[in-house]
Design a protein around this ligand. Structure first.
Ligand SMILES: [Zn+2]
Length: 305
């Protein structure tokens, strides 16, 4: 696996840095990105933790005896490292407590050959409640002198129970769905239209229309999906970077709204419909903008700042 000069600026780069310095949390949630990205990140950081190179800065070297035997399951080779274990889902929709207990049994012993142990739960969102509890107990157990690291892979950190989340470092690997640039441009234009119409009329109907432009209900079908919220936030930031003159006064409100959208998915898990959350956030943030910047638009079409 190649290393890039800019890697310290990436989420995985920061994790590698912590791993090399021995500062990584016992439990790390790797969420966002694609399943493949999450697996590659787990393998890379596990290698950095167990690599045989003396100098920490050289880890992971990618080809020592240790690195060579650390891989995600399902590849053409099936290497075995006694201090590295990967729990894959064993049932159709769940990872059973039994499989989890078998998997975690190794965590009760000292490392065989490496300086620590690494356990990867490939689909942590599929852990049964009992399996989650068994894992939690181990994470909370004081160390045996050699470091043990757990990596929990899931599409969203919200897929995991609060007890596990509160004891882990969550690292977001990026939006799972990259928005097509053309679609992003269209969406941005549509939101500008909606905002301009709202700016002129300031009615509930315009607000509803704006919410609809920001996110189609079907985009938000999966309560755990963060991608549509991220897409909506990005579009609002696009608008805020260079708003057309009638919307200049809305800039701070649009940026605050984008942040609020990124923080919104947990509300969805409480059973509040995505459309309602969008409307509520729009109403709250645009209402403050309304008092700050009244009578914009028709009289100030020229240069504004
Ligand atoms: Zn190595």
């Amino acid at each position: 696996m190649s290393r890039r000069a800019d890697e310290v600026d990436s989420p995985v780069g920061r994790l590698l840095d912590l791993a090399r310095r021995g500062r990584l949390y016992p439990a790390t949630i790797l969420h966002g990105g694609s399943a493949d990205q999450r697996q590659r990140a787990a393998v890379e950081v596990a290698r950095a933790l167990l690599c045989e190179r003396e100098a920490a800065a050289d880890r992971p070297c990618g080809h020592c005896r240790s690195c060579a035997r650390i891989a995600a399951p399902g590849g053409e080779t099936n290497p075995f490292h006694p201090d590295f274990a990967w729990l894959a889902r064993d049932l159709k929709t769940a990872t059973s407590a039994e499989a989890t207990r078998d998997f975690l049994r190794a965590a009760h012993s000292a490392p065989y050959e490496a300086r620590g142990q690494v356990f990867v739960i490939g689909e942590a969102d599929s852990l049964s409640p009992e399996a989650g509890d068994a894992l939690l107990k181990l994470i909370e157990e004081p160390g045996l002198g050699s470091p043990r690291h757990y990596f929990l892979l899931a599409p969203s950190r919200l897929d995991l129970p609060e007890t596990l989340r509160s004891r882990s470092l969550a690292v977001f690997l990026g939006s799972p769905v990259e928005i097509d640039p053309e679609k992003r441009r269209q969406l941005t234009e549509s939101v500008i239209e909606g905002l301009t119409a709202w700016q002129q009329e300031r009615s509930g109907l315009r607000l509803l229309d704006l919410a609809r432009r920001l996110g189609q209900p079907e985009d938000f079908d999966d309560p755990r999906a963060e991608a549509p919220w991220i897409a909506a936030a990005r579009v609002l930031r696009d608008v805020a970077i260079e708003p057309p003159p009638p919307l200049t006064a809305l800039r701070p409100a649009l940026l605050a709204l984008a942040d609020a959208l990124l923080a919104a998915p947990p509300w969805r898990l409480r059973g509040i419909a995505a459309g309602r959350i969008l409307e509520g956030l729009l109403a709250r943030h645009l209402a403050t903008a309304a008092t700050a910047g009244t009578h914009k638009g028709d009289t100030q079409k020229g240069h504004t700042n």
